[in-house]
Unconditional design. Sequence first.
Lengths: 456, 456
Amino acid sequence: MTTTDTPDLSAHIERGLADLRDLVAMQSVSAQGRMLPETAAAVTTLLEAEGFTVARYPGQVAPVLVAEAGDGPFTLLIYNHYDVQPEDPLNLWDTPPFELTERDGRLYGRGASDDKGEFVSRLAGLRALRERHGGRLPLKVKWLLEGEEEVGSPSLEAFVKDHAAELKADGVWWEFGSVTPEGRPILYAGLKGIVCLELRCRVAASDLHSSTGAVVDNPLWRLAKAVASLRDEGGRVTIPGFHDDVRPPSEADLAAIARLPGHGEALYSAYEVTRPLGTPEDHHTRLNLMPVLNVNGFHGGYGDGGSKTVLPAEGFVKLDFRLVPDQHPDKIVELLRAHLDAQNLQDVEIVELESHQHPARSDLNDPFVQTAVGVAREVYGQDAILNPSSGGSGPMHPFMEYVGAPVIALGIGNVAGRVHAPNENVLRRDFETGVRYALEFMDALGGTDSRSQTEH
Amino acid sequence: MTTTDTPDLSAHIERGLADLRDLVAMQSVSAQGRMLPETAAAVTTLLEAEGFTVARYPGQVAPVLVAEAGDGPFTLLIYNHYDVQPEDPLNLWDTPPFELTERDGRLYGRGASDDKGEFVSRLAGLRALRERHGGRLPLKVKWLLEGEEEVGSPSLEAFVKDHAAELKADGVWWEFGSVTPEGRPILYAGLKGIVCLELRCRVAASDLHSSTGAVVDNPLWRLAKAVASLRDEGGRVTIPGFHDDVRPPSEADLAAIARLPGHGEALYSAYEVTRPLGTPEDHHTRLNLMPVLNVNGFHGGYGDGGSKTVLPAEGFVKLDFRLVPDQHPDKIVELLRAHLDAQNLQDVEIVELESHQHPARSDLNDPFVQTAVGVAREVYGQDAILNPSSGGSGPMHPFMEYVGAPVIALGIGNVAGRVHAPNENVLRRDFETGVRYALEFMDALGGTDSRSQTEH
């Protein structure tokens, strides 16, 4: 693997950006069931043009695609998704969310980074790889794309389990990753699990005049009491038993954490954060190795200008818990119920919103992980930042459990990428390097023997 | 005062209903600044026809009228308002809101009860009183009418303070009151005060991915902690010092409370309340004599279907505190600030939404109050329900503070009167009895000596 026979990447990059523009224009918002079959069809067309055979399976919300092409001693399974988060609040976007717009070196649009940009950059790299090898691929590439990732991948675990033989691979390339402002790639070898819940409380059939608050309980106070009881001032979850199953980090995990640069300064600066949690010293441990509770939304009663002296009949709160190995999602819900009951909040209902996701973490010493790190050093010209786990979540666990392969995440995101928020973006620089990384990573894997991968 | 020389009231009632029809047709919606000077002019014409001299003063939204007529040992100040609530949603009215329509014993129309019906029934009684006394009034009647009550009476406190001498009276007749379905009049001798606030919290310039909740604080958790800390499970406000200035109820207050019928069963049934606060025994004490905190609204972050794994940048809560004598609104805001600071919630901002209103409560033993109760028993043929205070709020305090007179509320409202809502109505029965009550109440006051009123 040298760069002497590297094709001119600029044409592949431009073609990739054109693909990205087309895909961003497709409003594939899974939470609202918008344009999902159409986007699956567009992705299929792109893959078939590169020689993939594409199988399309029904999902609960959107089709699941499994594509396969190439042949060689190594089988790589790539995982991406073609759905995106809702675009609201629309008024905070500087340019229309579904029009890819370049400005000051960044490409803005919903999905520009998460995850259409990731998919398209890898596809462009694969095109270059085919060009380098005279139209063929030196490895077997299996590509799994789903359209339900932003609603918690409700079909994926069962799908991976049921299609374990079809998906068998020597390594799994995860759907995202990111690059520092200085151009250092960040690799993740794990993901937190997640449980998304709604708490609901209702005290009457309709709203009442607020003077009756003297003799009728308030659903928003009851929900506030519930939320306040879930963590302490420092952010530590206070549900009894919540931390019992947390696996202590390995020595390799701790060593990797110790090598991680910075202490969140870039994040805090990009978002003008006024209330950091934790200390600089425990920043990476908190973000990557510790479980956390988030309040995603809280709504009930009057919300317009001025005042309205109303006692609302009901309210709701949206929560997510991010879990680490070996916490079990179902057990977390049981512990929450017991905790609310113990707080005399039996009337606060728990509604499970999505499929839960188990936490997952690969062995940092695995050769597949080490190959990803080595190629990253070569392509990006700097040592990669190897993170034992992202602070984010995703359905990584079924791959490790049923495909039986290590998983690594490397991608084109950036710290100011505003994924899930208005003005989502990717740096053009990172998109371009991402195309080159895809080319060289797959070429390197094509030169390895799968047997050496699986006998460590 | 006997009924032997009582004029035939039917003519006065019919004339009063004609006046009400004319006034309901005037769309004096203060929130939208509609027809306020015109309605003030129509009210002026009606009063001048009964011998009143009417002074018209500018208010912030609509003219303030002060009318005066008659002479005698007792001076009565009547307070009413000529503005109404907006009529929307129009589609829920069974007949046009600005056409007084009689159906099944009820008169429907915006303002039929609140407050044009109240004003007109009193005016009709005053006409009958003049007839009984050969064209003169046996007492001095001062009539204050504003056109800003439905937008929180922004001019009233300063107006009453500035015109204290002009408004001096021996008793104040409040703008509303109600009658039970069984025909028992309900008198109120006080109103709670009110402080409407917003709590705001912000932790970043824009929303973040919820995985960063491990290292960025959550504004909705902080607001939940604030709200949860404001009261206990039983609804008692837990802000230190909050109850310090609560005046213990008098023996007369407690005796009146003990005589109040029911324990909230009608309210709980009408609204299908699943979580009453307090016990049947303390129901009326809580509703009428104790301060209370209400959460009117709580909003922040994602609120649509399913989940969105976002860490919201900000959130807000709308609150009202209902106060009782001698709590001071400004002090309550100061105590809240100190309490939040003590909870390490210095970053939770307090925004004051409207003019505060002080609580007010008259002495139930005052002869003016006792006269109102005695006449009510005679006119309605049943013992009045005497309530030391409504659970609601209004600008009563300035009258007690600056006019220096006790205040009593008795009127023609009914529990199904839908004030502020579509199909506002008054029972014809209650309108007719209201005219007779106005006649006899004012005649009784005309037979009393103001000196005996002020030396108890």
